[in-house]
Design a protein around this ligand. Structure first.
Ligand code: HEM
Length: 124
């Protein structure tokens, strides 16, 4: 069975999306203060491995971090509607960079827009 992970080019495609996304986060005045660690590298790695696993690639994320429980893991951070919009803007840039087919792009974008909405946990 071919997974979506394989279909869009495997690890390298995910790595490029997430690298571009984190470039945006690193200079974002709303998002950057939310990230607790000075070095964004480990956070980038966790997000990358999560997406790889979610779309059918290796399960390294779960092997090291356990069940994602994403909403709970975001509870310590004020995820406002504004933060969500900034987050999605940078994710859009990541997806644009790898230029998937329209169908592949829509599938990924649908997932992250819904997931991002689900992560919002405060209005201010
Ligand atoms: C809506 C806006 C979002 C904001 C502001 C946000 C912010 C954050 C922050 C501050 C962290 C902690 C960084 C760290 O790992 O040390 C984090 C972790 C993480 N986020 Fe988000 N996030 C958002 C949406 C999402 C979405 C939509 C997903 C999944 C599709 C996601 C997946 C993750 C993962 C996998 C981690 C690491 C969890 C772990 O500790 O294993 N985030 N996020």
């Amino acid at each position: 069975m071919t997974t979506y992970y394989d279909e869009i080019g495997g690890f390298e495609t995910f790595r490029r999306i997430v690298a571009k996304f984190y470039e945006g986060v690193a200079t974002d005045e709303v998002l950057r203060p939310l990230y607790p660690e000075e070095d964004l590298g480990p956070a980038e790695e966790r997000f990358l491995l999560f997406l790889v696993q979610y779309w059918g690639g290796p399960t390294t994320y779960g092997d090291t971090r356990g069940h994602p429980r994403l909403r709970m893991r975001h509870a310590p951070f004020a995820v406002t509607p504004e933060a969500k919009d900034h987050w999605l803007k940078h994710f859009r840039a990541g997806l644009d960079q790898v230029a998937l087919t329209p169908e592949q792009d829509e599938k990924f974008w649908d997932y992250v827009t819904h997931a991002a909405q689900f992560m919002v946990n405060t209005l201010e």
